[in-house]
Design a protein around this ligand. Structure first.
Ligand SMILES: [Fe+2]
Ligand SMILES: [Fe+2]
Length: 185
């Protein structure tokens, strides 16, 4: 059997999806004008930037997608190009979400709509994105990338993990679990 090169990324998706479920719950309350925990959104933005983007998307962009391109996928007008565009679209939603939540935390009224819209925009985009990767792009990578290349990919993931702050994964698992417990209370 070939060495697996996507399971780790799929596991990371599972934690990201848990944060998206929290974001959905909170954004529904915010849209109804009954959520005042704006701090959550800044923790959500921090999770998305440092875990989903800097940690997970960086592995995709720098390692797995590059390997797909080396193995015949075009860089432009291709599934990889579409995924990169969606990473960028996500960053826009997150910037706008952070801005509105920061304003709300500073006591500015009237931010709820912008917070809810950008939260929903992001979570809908990212859920679709993750399902395309899990169901289409990753299986394609498992078929396309030859065995000889796989140790290098695994080493690349390991390097990204070594370069990340120690305990990053545990830290963000703790953040998500903490908010889940709060939401269930
Ligand atoms: Fe992605
Ligand atoms: Fe991903």
């Amino acid at each position: 059997m070939k060495r697996d090169i996507t399971q780790k990324l799929k596991d990371e998706h599972q934690l990201i999806l848990r944060m998206l479920a929290l974001l959905e719950k909170m954004a529904l309350l915010t849209a109804q004008g009954v959520c005042r925990d704006y701090r959550f959104y800044l923790d959500g933005v921090d999770f998305i930037r440092n875990y989903a983007d800097r940690f997970h998307h960086a592995k995709e962009e720098d390692i797995l997608f590059e390997a797909l391109i080396e193995n015949g996928m075009p860089r432009a007008n291709s599934p990889v190009a579409a995924m990169l565009m969606e990473h960028d679209q996500g960053r826009e939603f997150v910037r706008a979400l952070e801005e509105a939540a920061t304003r709300a935390l500073n006591g500015e009224a009237g931010q709820d709509q912008a917070i809810a819209d950008n939260a929903f925009g992001y979570l809908e985009l990212l859920r679709e994105h993750i399902s395309k990767e899990d169901e289409i792009l990753y299986p394609l990578a498992e078929r396309l990338i030859p065995e000889a290349k796989r140790d290098e990919i695994a080493a690349g993931y390991q390097r990204a993990e070594d370069e990340a702050k120690a305990g990053l994964e545990e830290h963000y698992r703790g953040i998500v679990a903490g908010y889940e417990a709060k939401a269930a209370a």
